[in-house]
Design a protein around this ligand. Structure first.
Ligand SMILES: Cc1ncc(COP(=O)(O)O)c(C=O)c1O
Length: 375
């Protein structure tokens, strides 16, 4: 079976992890965590970042940082991962779901403003498939209505907006995932990026069980104490060592993934012309990180049959989010929503093809040939 995803781990990551273990500094914020911050600064220009145990936890932190509470409302897509919404629902806030654009499956910025009420406190755009949302529009709306913008950049590490702003640094707070399915992995892990200096200090405290232990470790205070609410959101340095190895291979992994993405894109041009499928669209303002290659099929039936047919041919292809407003918990929430026709229709027609750095050339050709044959 050609899997949908497979992490790319080499001797480099294993060596760094063994070094972290041998150092007997296994807990968080050790030497490798610092190296991770440095390499993110060098390669992506990212400052003020804190590693977390997952992107879900980074999102949970963002809701605490934003001060979200019962009675508040947050605008987010329904076409997203549960953690995106759980984060502020845990804080007592409610979502109001906004539709997505059919070209990118990103939140439709032109439909946000009509959803704003005096209760609205934040917007949570998701950079789907590593393609950046229409952030100038979103930031302008947020500024006008005094809202926070929290980017779910789980899938977008290595993507840029307008050629210079890394995903996660365009809004007020950004959240990354380093789950094994992401481009750069540490098994389970994530990070939160916080622009504002004071808010960043608060983030350090929330991540360290509500204490100022980070300041104590830096020698800025002579003892540490309980300052605010928080939890243990910092990952082991052993996992940071894996991520450091992945980031040293940043270009290699990106190039391999980009080659696969571009090969799929070119190979399906004819099929798109013939009306058999639609390929992803990358807006001018976004570069992407080849996180995902999806196709939009003419109907759910065609999509589902294609999954079955490809499985018979030992190829794993997968659908994606089931819109959250239609999920059992989503239905229980008293969440307002506008009509979500694009979300409902396109989520049923979308199919993701195998894409991982170590996908072999013959496997890639085999997938393309079989998708075409089945279509
Ligand atoms: C858009 C989005 N947000 C959040 C997450 C959660 O990431 P993690 O598994 O690191 O908690 C994911 C994971 O797939 C995701 O795709």
């Amino acid at each position: 079976m050609i899997p949908f995803n497979k992490p790319s781990i080499t001797e480099l990551e294993k060596t760094y992890m063994m070094q972290a273990i041998d150092s007997l500094k296994l807990c968080g914020d050790g030497a490798y965590t610092k190296k991770v911050y440095q390499i993110f600064g060098e390669k992506l220009g990212i400052d003020k970042m804190l590693l977390t145990t997952s992107c879900s936890h980074a999102l949970d932190m963002s809701a605490i940082l934003a001060g979200l509470k019962e009675g508040d409302v947050v605008i987010a897509p329904s076409y997203t991962f549960v953690s995106n919404i759980n984060a502020f629902v845990l804080s007592g806030a409610m979502p109001v779901f906004c539709d997505v654009e059919k070209e990118t499956m990103n939140i439709d910025a032109s439909k946000i403003e009509e959803l704003i009420t005096p209760k609205t406190k934040a917007i949570y755009p998701v950079h789907y498939a590593g393609v950046i949302c229409d952030m100038d529009k979103i930031n302008a709306i947020a500024k006008k209505h005094n809202l926070l913008v929290i980017e779910d950049a789980a899938q977008a590490v290595g993507s840029f907006y307008k050629g210079k702003y890394a995903a996660g640094t365009i809004g007020d707070i950004g959240c990354y995932s380093f789950h094994e399915t992401k481009n750069y992995a540490m098994g389970e892990g994530g990070a939160v990026v916080v622009k504002d200096k004071e808010l960043f200090k608060k983030a350090e405290i929330i991540r360290e069980k509500g204490t100022d232990r980070s300041q104590f470790i830096r020698g800025e205070v002579d003892k540490y104490t309980w300052k605010d609410m928080g939890s243990s959101f910092l990952p082991s340095d052993v996992l940071a060592a894996m991520l450091y190895g992945q980031m040293e291979r940043f270009e290699e992994i990106m190039d391999k993934r980009m080659h696969i993405w571009n090969t799929y894109y070119d190979a399906f041009a004819e099929d798109e012309k013939a009306g058999k499928l639609t390929r992803p669209f990358i807006p001018d303002y976004s570069t992407h990180n080849a996180h995902m290659f999806y196709i939009i099929l003419p109907s759910k039936t065609v999509r589902d049959n294609l999954i079955t047919e490809l499985r018979k041919r030992e190829i794993q292809s997968v659908f994606h989010y089931i819109p959250l407003h239609s999920s059992p918990f989503g239905q229980q929430l008293d969440a307002k929503q506008q009509g979500l026709p694009v979300t409902e229709e396109y989520s049923e027609r979308l199919l993701r093809l195998p894409l991982f750095a170590d996908l072999q050339e013959n496997e890639l050709e085999y997938v393309i040939k079989n998708v075409k044959e089945c279509l």
